[in-house]
Design a protein around this ligand. Structure first.
Ligand SMILES: *Cc1c(COP(=O)(O)O)cnc(C)c1O
Length: 375
């Protein structure tokens, strides 16, 4: 059977986890957390990268740091994972959903401004499949209306928009290291902070509202409760797992990219015959081979294709019931403008297996099967 996803294992994870245990420091913010942060800061050229327990939590931190509260509105796509909206709903804010572009499945930057009201506080750019949103126009709209930009870069580590790392362009960027992402620590994430003046506040929120981070750096001799906060730091054992993967990030990247490229080549004839669509990568975006998807003609063809692949032991999946049509989306949010593409395109999209270690033979088998289906 070809699984849809196999969590990445590079082989050195156990060694570093063992080291973390021998260090007698398994709670957060030890040596491995520090090493991971340094690598992430170097990779993204951001002032600060704080490891978190998930991307969801990194987004919650961004919402708190942005001062989002009841009555505020946050503009985002509806075609995204629930966490993008949850982080703001938890603060009492209203997600305002706008339509996506059918080519990249990212928020349509041209529709954002029309959704701005006097209650709008932030825009969330979700870089679907590790392909950058149109950040220049998004940043320009934000600047014009005094809005904060948060990048949901859960899928976008090692991807770039005009040579800037995704996650480093807006005020805050959120990575995920869940086992379904390119690099993993089981459960985990990171918050990227562009403005150095926000770092201290972020450290306090992450450490239960205390100034413990300052204490550990020897900047104060006692730590205390200074603000409202929570506990967003992962254990050293998780950080050790991530450290192993960050050291081998290029290996994982290259392996995924070769599968992605092979899919593209093999499925080109079907695309040219007008049977399916394949991902579009704008020329100014460098993606990270997070995902390979195809688009079928519509919902019923996709359902039949999933079934056909399953009969041939291939697991292909779709995701994201558009948030505005989900029960919580109806309760907490609203859609601004017309849903031209969100629902329609989400019903056509099918994700094919793509993970570190997927073989050429497996990609061939999957593509053969898709060709047979369309014959
Ligand atoms: C995976 C994902 C998340 C959530 O990441 P966690 O680390 O599991 O919290 C959020 N947004 C998007 C777009 C994702 O793909």
């Amino acid at each position: 059977m070809i699984c849809f996803n196999v969590p990445p294992v590079i082989g050195t994870e156990e060694k570093y986890i063992h080291e973390a245990i021998l260090n007698h420091k398994i709670s957060g913010d030890g040596e491995f957390t520090g090493r991971c942060s340094a690598i992430l800061e170097e990779m993204t050229k951001t002032a600060k990268a704080l490891l978190t327990t998930s991307c969801t939590h990194a987004t919650e931190m961004a919402a708190i740091l942005s001062g989002i509260g009841p009555g505020d509105e946050v503009i985002m796509p509806s075609y995204t994972f629930v966490s993008t909206a949850d982080a703001f709903v938890l603060r009492g804010a209203t997600p305002v959903f706008v339509d996506i572009r059918p080519d990249t499945m990212n928020i349509d930057e041209a529709l954002i401004e029309d959704a701005v009201t006097d209650r709008t506080r932030a825009i969330v750019a979700v870089h679907y499949a590790g392909v950058g949103c149109e950040m220049d126009p998004i940043m320009a709209t934000a600047k014009k209306h005094g809005l904060i930009v948060i990048e949901d870069a859960a899928q976008a580590i090692q991807a770039f928009y005009k040579e800037q790392a995704l996650g480093s362009i807006g005020d805050f960027g959120c990575f995920s290291f869940h086992e379904t992402k390119n690099l993993s620590m089981g459960e985990g994430g990171a918050l990227l902070i562009r403005d150095p003046s926000m770092i201290e506040k972020a450290e306090i929120i992450r450490e239960k509202g205390t100034n413990r981070s300052k204490f550990f750096r020897g900047q104060i001799d006692k730590y205390t409760w200074v603000d409202a906060g929570s506990s967003y730091l992962p254990s050293e054992m998780n950080a050790a797992y991530l450290y192993a993967q960050l050291l081998q990030a290029q290996t994982i990247f290259a392996d995924r990219m070769s599968s992605f490229t092979h899919y593209m080549q093999r499925l080109l004839p079907l695309k040219e015959a007008g049977k399916i669509e394949v991902p579009t990568i704008p020329s100014h975006c460098r993606h990270n081979a997070h995902m390979f998807y195809i688009k079928a003609a519509g919902l019923s063809e996709r359902t039949r294709l999933i079934e056909y692949l399953k009969q041939h032991d291939i697991m292909a999946v779709f995701h994201y019931i558009p948030l505005h049509s989900a029960p919580a989306g109806l309760k907490f949010g609203r859609f601004h403008g017309e849903d031209r593409y969100t629902t329609k395109e989400s019903e056509r999209l099918l994700r094919l297996p793509l993970y570190y270690g997927l073989t050429v033979q497996e990609v061939d088998k999957i593509c053969d099967c898709i060709e047979e289906f369309y014959r």
